[in-house]
Design a protein around this ligand. Structure first.
Ligand SMILES: NC(=O)C1=CN([C@@H]2O[C@H](COP(=O)(O)OP(=O)(O)OC[C@H]3O[C@@H](n4cnc5c(N)ncnc54)[C@H](O)[C@@H]3O)[C@@H](O)[C@H]2O)C=CC1
Ligand SMILES: O=C([O-])CC(=O)C(=O)O
Length: 344
């Protein structure tokens, strides 16, 4: 059991107490260490900034193979709660991970125009495998937020690495699909002309092309959009990543919106760990709501990570067809990850 769970901080000033204490009955917030692996990258840097702004974080460890001293020095000057430390190179990875409650992984190469997420497999699979081997050794109880693509394969890789190390806990491994939800909400609000801050849209399946299945039939506020709008919104959500890759024209993929989405998801994990009730986010997790071993759906987060994998709810005929079509593709990506992790 981690001692950090029991070392509570009490807040000095009234305004600080209001900020940190939001959603906490006692006004006392546990200490939490968050590690970001790949912290000097396009996602890692703004994500480090956003995690530094999160009052639920007491220690922030920024790890990368290069560039972390500068990022850590920069972020550490911000006058918020967490203490920041930078770690660079494999020999410092253990220190970065030790005592972590949440590990966020945006390490790995991004797409260029013309590539699919699966084209990143050959490089990113090895990176994820080695980082997860270290997680199993240094912080086996941490919640792992996997951002590195292809998520449909990197999450199964992580699971296999943890199984081999004897540390796998299916409640603690998450593929971050929050950006799909963020996009679906934005695009829906635009089309339905409803306030974006009020919109909710579950996105299920996986995180690549047609495996991304937004459930606009369940979107709120309700808007009764015509089928052609739903088709267009679905396609735009599925191709959201490619839209950014093309606009960046060779300079990478989504970083700022991804950092926002990653920070939202990590915040939800921290709230769950801290016992805040009714924290629900979509995530790609071990699941039995379809025949596949991993699937993204709404997940209730609690003190041990996944508290409950929620069902799909009722689907429109269009969504039912989307689900049928995505299953074989997602299955192949999951199997590819499992096979890779089990190669000697
Ligand atoms: N899940 C999602 O929704 C999204 C996932 N992504 C994925 O996130 C990943 C990162 O994207 P960017 O930050 O744009 O790439 P980037 O190239 O800007 O940054 C990646 C960072 O990872 C670091 N890195 C490489 N090997 C490492 C290792 N062994 N240990 C620690 N750090 C290592 C690099 O030094 C670099 O700083 C990509 O795989 C991308 O496809 C991107 C957007 C959305
Ligand atoms: O499209 C990419 O390569 C990055 C990503 O996962 C996204 O933006 O959803």
């Amino acid at each position: 059991m981690r001692t950090s769970m029991f070392r509570l901080i009490r807040n000095g000033s009234a305004s600080r107490s209001r900020d940190i204490g939001r959603g906490y009955s006692s006004g006392a917030v546990p200490e939490r260490k968050v590690a970001v692996l790949g912290a000097a990258g396009g996602i890692g840097q703004p994500l480090a900034l956003l995690m530094k702004l999160n009052p639920l974080v007491s220690r922030l460890a920024l790890y990368d193979i290069a560039g972390t001293p500068g990022v850590a020095a920069d972020v550490s000057h911000i006058n918020t709660r967490s203490e920041v430390a930078g770690y660079m190179g494999e020999e410092q990875l253990g220190q970065a991970l030790e005592g972590s409650d949440v590990v966020i992984i945006p390490a790995g190469v991004p797409r260029k125009p013309g590539m699919t997420r699966d084209d990143l497999f050959n490089i990113n699979a090895g990176i994820v495998k080695s980082l997860c081997t270290a997680i199993a050794k240094y912080c086996p109880h941490a919640l792992v937020n996997m951002i590195s693509n292809p998520v449909n394969s990197t999450v199964p890789i992580a699971a296999e690495v943890f199984k081999k190390a004897g540390t796998y806990d299916e409640k603690k491994l998450f593929g971050v699909t929050t950006l799909d939800v963020v996009r679906a909400k934005t695009f829906y609000a635009g089309k339905a002309k409803v306030p974006v801050g009020e919109v909710n849209v579950p996105v299920v399946g996986g995180h690549a092309g047609i495996t991304i299945l937004p459930l606009f039939s369940q979107a709120t506020p309700k808007a009764n959009l015509p089928d052609e709008d739903i088709n267009a919104l679905t396609k735009r959500t599925q191709d959201g990543g490619t839209e950014v890759v093309e606009a960046k024209a060779g300079k990478g993929s989504a970083t700022l919106s991804m950092a926002y989405a990653g920070a939202l998801f990590a915040d939800a994990c921290l709230k769950g760990l801290n016992g805040v009730p009714d924290v629900v986010e979509c995530s790609f997790v071990q699941s039995n709501i379809t025949e596949l071993p991993f699937f993204a759906s709404k997940v209730k987060l609690g003190k041990n990570g996944v508290e409950e994998v929620l069902g799909l709810g009722s689907l429109s005929d269009f969504e039912k067809r989307g689900l049928e079509n995505l299953l074989p593709k997602l299955k192949a990506s999951i199997e590819k990850g499992i096979k890779f992790a089990n190669q000697i």
